[in-house]
Each structure stands twice: as structure tokens, then as C-alpha cells.
Ligand binder design. Structure first.
Ligand code: NAI
Length: 646
């Protein structure tokens, strides 16, 4: 770190004006080098992106970025980049004063020469920051202003990270102590913080997750020699979507946004109209947030067409089925579709609970069929489970895998089985929350424990989010497929019998106003014949209770993940971890479900499970795989290393 700082200091103290010419991706140390120059001339190419992504890896920009960026663009604009690591384009860089000039990408050299000549002729090339509004200047440039900005930034960081991520807090510390002071002292603080953060478990876990994502991005969905052959796979230039409902509409919008023409087929004209409207509202939002220009949004919208006829699918290289969750209907519709598409067209189902193998039996070419399981809402949730059926061909797997990547998603290949991977692991966790609530704890307490562990929301908020009816349906399907250890908690059956639907109906375990949770609904306790637990408050055993809640929630997932590995639903521990992080928001700072489980070692897990098995019930009977790993003294990652994406 110090050596990097020393080199950039030499650059920063050169007696001649220095200009960095930036074209393409300029992130991390590269951007810090440009910050050590007097000016940055940036091309307007779509490929040009600037960021300081260190915070995403649990560290901070320590080659001068934390020190120089706020001095250049002001504290508020700098925090936006430093605390999120997000990427910005040339125009944004110019608006915030990071770029001194934006030039066309053709002829960058000439543009830089012209820029230097204008410097020599004494023209005003001060970045726009110099022209900021008065309030902004007060907040950035005075000690009380900075205090206000940093205090509210700290609050935001605590609210979004629960304090689990030390790097953004260290960045704020450095800015609090040094933003208005000496550069040398600020650099020294950067170096000290980097040295500490680099060896922290959070940093190691975030780097691990980064590698998992990269592996998925570079993968083909196939292993060994099949992976090499996958480079021949067919490109997907147009897709069809069956069913223009919540999921089908979302998939269509996503494909169109990514440049792929889509035909939405439904049996109802109204469904197609509302699918198109849903897409338009998302494009409008993207324009509002400047993620798309109005022209791009218009072009994307024009890529979506729809109708009730099959012939619109004749151009499709791939058709995703997202109609009602009913096996017989799906089989009939897939068979009809197969008869209407080209001989190379791949068919995929977005089913969340039905068997891919059973559906394949209705097809003439089961090898060209697999699952492509998106999560709701499609435009937000990053995971796609690519469900490989027994007869699915390599070409089909890799075609769907590639399409998921092209749609900006993270694909994980899984096998066919109840709930596939993510919902199967989530099932016992949500169910356990139901048992816990009936036994002794409050909705608030259970959700708080899950959030304190790092989950983005507690299990009851999640059930509300998914929909109490849909959760109940999914729970029943898992019970049927996996047997008694998935017997639904009676409380969850009871709540599904009430009128409560979750967020979409305005009332679930929580109350909702205009889609926003407004606290747990107190009426839910009498309605479910529960006494809101007095022990949860002020009791000396509260910590013990919390440990027990956390242990039961987390071990329910770990034990099921072990069974999914054992059943061959998933090939590797890294694949489980990536899928859980991307599909459920399992806390990245823990490195993944099984990486976290490995910190307890299978023997530790086994001891805890044995105890729960005895005290809580049979559903905690340890998975045979865990017993074996404990005996062999091997962790999940040792026994199932593998790479994601293969
Ligand atoms: P939805 O009810 O919103 O949409 C289904 C659409 O299919 C409706 O527009 C309906 O008119 C249409 N449809 C029914 N029969 C049809 C046929 N024979 N041909 C063409 N269109 C037909 O349902 P949703 O929520 O979009 O679910 C669709 C599929 O996606 C289901 O298999 C579901 O399990 C799965 N899924 C749902 C998730 C969710 O959270 N909603 C998440 C992941 C998967």
C-alpha cells in the first residue's frame, strides 16, 4: 500500500501539469492514479466507466483515492462513490467534477493535445465543482457542514449494512478526521485502515464471493470437455415467453431491455396489454433514473410484441414458459409450443415447484428442454436456477446458461427436485420461523435475530413479501416432495387460512401502507391465538433465546443444503453459496451459507444438530452427509470444492 501511495505521490507532486486520458473501464487503482493527476480527460464511449469498487471487497481505496476524491469533487459526491463502489459514466463524471473534459472516443490523442494546449493558453478548465450551489459548498467545505454530511452518511451505512461491514465505517472515520486537514496524514490513515481491513474475515469473505461471481460469469454451465465444446453453442437472438403475467411480463421486459426481441404469448389479450404496460412502467423508471435515454427506452419497448397465437414464436431461438403452475396445463402448452417452433428452439420452464423431468415427458425432444427459474421480481433478483433434467442436453444447458448471463443474471446449474435448490433450503428456514413463533417468540424478535445475522429481511417479512398464499403453496409442495421433516408449522397453515395475503394485500404479519411495511400488525397475535411473548422483553435469558432462534434458523438451512448436495441437486459448496447469496440475500460478508457452516466444522454442526434433534424434534435429524463429513473430518468446501459455472 505504501509503495503505491509513494509512486502516486511522485505523480501528484510533478511540477508540470498532468493529464490522465481515460478510455474504457478505469476502476480502483487505475482511477486513483488518474486522481493523482491534475486533470482527467474522459471519452464518452459506452465502455468508459469509472469507479472505486474497493468497498465492495471489504477494503478502501488506499492509494490516495479516499483522500484525493473528496478534495477534488467535494465530500458528498465522493461519498456516493466511496461508500457504494458504483460505476459512473463520463457524463456523470463531468457533472460531479471528476472529469475535466469529456471527448469523443475517436481521436482521444488529439483531444488530449487540444486540452493541453488550452491549459497552456490559460483557458478556464476548472471542473464544474467550482460552480456548485452555495448550500452544497457549505456542506462540503466547512467543518460543521462536513459533520452533518458524515453523520447522515454513517446513519445510512448503519441502516443498510447493520454495521456488519467495517470498510465504509473506516472510510467515514478517515474523512471525519482528515477531510479538512493534511493530505499526508489522511494518506497515512488510509494505509493503516487498509492493512487492518485486508486481513479481516469480512474482506476475505467478500473476495471469496467476488470470485464466485466471476467463476459464474466465465462459466458455461458445463464441466470438463463439455465446457470446451460449449463455445459452439447457439446464440439466442429472439425469444418467446408463454404467459404474460407477473413472471412472463418481467422476463419479457428484461430481455427487451437487453436488446433481445420478445414475443409474449398468452391466452388473454388483457394479460398481454398489462404485460406491455408493466414493461413500459419499468422503462419509464429507468429513464427517470437516467439508466436509459428516452430513445433507448422506446427502442426497448418496441422489441416486445405479443399475441394469443403460437405463430409469433416461429422466430424464437428459445421459449420460456411462465403460465399457471399446473402440471397438466404446462405439459399440454409445452407440447403445442414444440410443434410451433423451429427444430433448434430450446424450451425452458420457469416453474418454481413442478418437476422438470415430468414436463419433459410430454415433449418429442426432451433434450432441448430444461428449467430456467427466475425469482420475483425478475428485474431485481439476480439469480437464475438453470434446472438440468435427466434428459437435458449439454447444448440446452449452456444455451440457457448463456442467455441468463446475457440478461445480466447469475446462473447456477441445479438438478430437478422439489424446490430445486434455493426454495428447498429456504423452506425449512421459513417453516422453522413458524415453529419458533408458536413456541415462544415474537415476530419482531425473530425477524430482528435474522437481520442481526445479516439476512436482508426477517423470515416473516419475507413470507409477507413472497405472499402468504404462495408461501403456503410452496411449503405444501416441499412437504409432499421431501416428506415429514418439511411438515408445515401449524401456525403457518393457520395464518394462510386468514385473509392475510402479505404485502400485496396490505396485511400479513406486518401492516403495509402503499406497499411499505409499517410494523408488525398487533392483531396477528390474537388472531393466531398467540400471547405476545413477555419474556422477549427485559428477560435475563434474552441472549440465550436469541442464540437459540438464530441457531435453529441457520441450521435448518445448513442441514437441508447438506441433503441437497447429497441428492445431487447441486454439485458444489460454492454453487450453494452463490445461489443462496443471489437468490435470498444470504449475507455476503459471511461468504455464503456453507462457508459460514464450515467455520463451525461439520463436527460442531453435528453436535448442535444432535442437541436440537433431541430437544426440538425430528426435523433436526442430522443429514447423513454431515455425519459422514464429521467422521471423515472434512468441511463442505473440502468435500465439494468444484467451481461455480461448471
Ligand atoms: P401469473 O398468474 O401472474 O401469470 C400467468 C399467466 O399465464 C397469465 O397471464 C395467464 O393468462 C397465462 N396463461 C395461463 N394459461 C396459459 C396458456 N395456456 N397459454 C398461455 N398463457 C397462459 O403467474 P406468475 O406468478 O407469473 O407465475 C407463472 C409461473 O412462474 C408459474 O409456473 C410460477 O410457479 C412461476 N414462478 C412464479 C414466481 C412468483 O413469485 N410469482 C417466482 C418464480 C416462478
Amino acid at each position: 500500500v505504501l509503495e503505491g501511495q509513494r509512486i502516486y505521490n511522485v505523480l501528484a507532486s510533478l511540477p508540470v501539469p498532468t493529464v490522465a486520458a481515460i478510455h474504457g473501464v478505469c476502476v480502483g487503482g487505475g482511477l486513483e492514479r488518474s486522481l493523482a493527476c491534475d486533470h482527467r480527460v474522459v471519452t464518452d464511449s459506452e465502455k468508459t466507466k469509472l469507479s472505486l469498487p474497493e468497498v465492495q471487497l471489504g477494503i478502501l481505496p488506499a492509494w490516495g483515492g479516499t483522500t484525493r476524491l473528496p478534495r477534488l469533487v467535494g465530500l458528498q459526491a465522493a461519498l456516493d462513490l466511496l461508500l457504494t463502489g458504483r460505476r459512473i459514466d463520463a457524463r456523470k463524471a463531468e457533472r460531479m467534477g471528476l472529469a475535466s473534459a469529456v471527448v469523443p472516443s475517436a481521436g482521444l490523442d488529439d483531444a488530449v493535445r487540444t486540452f493541453i494546449r488550452s491549459l497552456q493558453s490559460g483557458s478556464d478548465v476548472r471542473p464544474r465543482r467550482a460552480r456548485r450551489r452555495l448550500l452544497s459548498r457549505v456542506l462540503d467545505d466547512t467543518a460543521p457542514g462536513r459533520w452533518v454530511v458524515l453523520r447522515s452518511a454513517r446513519r445510512r451505512v448503519m441502516a443498510t449494512t447493520g454495521g456488519h461491514y467495517p470498510a465504509p465505517l473506516r472510510i467515514l472515520d478517515i474523512l471525519r478526521e482528515h477531510a479538512g486537514g493534511s493530505v499526508a496524514e489522511s494518506l497515512a490513515a488510509e494505509a493503516r485502515a487498509a492493512a487492518q481491513l485486508l486481513v479481516s474475515p469480512v474482506c476475505k469473505n467478500l473476495v471469496h464471493v467476488f470470485h464466485l461471481r466471476e467463476d459464474a460469469r466465465k462459466g458455461t454451465g458445463l464441466e470438463g470437455s463439455a465446457a470446451a465444446a460449449a463455445t459452439q453453442a447457439r446464440p439466442v437472438e429472439a425469444i418467446g415467453v408463454l404467459g404474460a403475467g407477473v413472471m412472463g411480463g418481467g422476463i419479457g421486459q428484461l430481455a427487451a431491455a437487453r436488446g433481445i426481441p420478445v414475443y409474449l404469448k398468452d391466452i388473454r389479450h388483457e394479460a398481454i396489454t398489462s404485460g406491455l404496460q408493466h414493461a413500459r412502467s419499468l422503462f419509464d423508471k429507468a429513464v427517470e433514473r437516467r439508466r436509459m435515454t428516452p430513445l433507448e427506452a422506446q427502442q426497448a419497448q418496441e422489441r416486445i410484441s405479443g399475441g394469443v397465437e403460437y405463430h409469433g414464436l416461429s422466430q424464437a431461438d428459445l421459449v420460456v414458459e411462465a403460465i399457471v403452475e399446473n402440471m397438466e396445463v404446462k405439459k399440454a402448452v409445452l407440447a403445442e409450443t414444440e410443434a410451433s417452433v423451429t427444430s433448434h428452439c430450446v424450451l425452458a420452464t420457469n416453474t418454481s415447484s413442478l418437476s422438470v423431468n415430468e414436463m419433459a415427458a410430454a415433449l418429442e425432444h426432451p433434450e432441448r428442454f430444461c428449467g430456467m427459474h427466475f425469482f420475483n421480481p425478475v428485474h431485481r433478483m439476480p439469480l437464475v436456477e438453470v434446472v438440468r433434467g435427466d434428459r437435458t442436453s449439454d447444448e440446452t444447458v449452456t444455451t440457457v446458461y448463456r442467455l441468463a448471463l446475457a440478461l445480466g443474471k447469475i446462473p447456477v446449474v441445479v438438478g430437478d427436485g422439489p424446490g430445486f435448490l434455493v426454495n428447498r433450503i429456504l423452506g425449512p428456514y421459513l417453516n422453522e420461523a413458524g415453529f419458533l413463533l408458536a413456541e415462544f417468540a415474537s415476530v419482531e424478535e425473530i425477524d430482528r435475530v435474522a437481520r442481526a445475522f445479516g439476512m436482508p429481511m426477517g423470515p416473516f417479512r419475507l413470507i409477507d413479501e413472497v405472499g402468504i398464499d404462495i408461501s403456503r403453496h410452496a411449503g405444501a409442495a416441499l412437504h409432499e416432495g421431501l416428506g415429514d421433516r418439511l411438515s408445515p408449522a401449524p401456525l403457518l397453515i393457520d395464518v394462510a387460512r386468514t385473509k392475510r395475503l402479505g404485502r400485496k394485500g396490505g396485511l400479513g404479519f406486518y401492516r403495509y401502507e402503499r406497499g411499505r411495511a409499517k410494523g408488525v400488525d398487533p392483531e396477528v397475535y390474537p388472531e393466531l391465538a398467540l400471547v405476545k411473548d413477555a419474556r422477549a422483553k427485559g428477560d435475563a435469558r434474552i441472549e440465550e433465546l436469541r442464540t437459540s432462534i438464530r441457531r435453529r434458523l441457520v441450521l435448518a438451512m445448513v442441514n437441508e443444503a447438506a441433503r441437497a448436495l447429497e441428492d445431487g441437486i447441486v454439485a458444489s459448496a460454492p454453487a450453494v453459496d452463490l445461489a443462496m447469496i443471489m437468490g435470498t440475500g444470504f449475507p455476503p460478508f459471511r461468504g455464503g451459507l456453507l462457508r459460514f457452516a464450515d467455520t463451525l466444522h461439520p463436527r460442531g454442526l453435528l453436535d448442535r444438530l444432535h442437541a436440537l434433534h433431541e430437544v426440538v424434534g425430528r426435523r433436526f435429524e442430522p443429514a447423513p452427509l454431515l455425519v459422514r463429513l464429521a467422521r471423515e473430518d472434512r468441511t463442505f468446501y473440502q468435500a465439494f470444492p468444484g467451481t461455480v459455472g461448471a
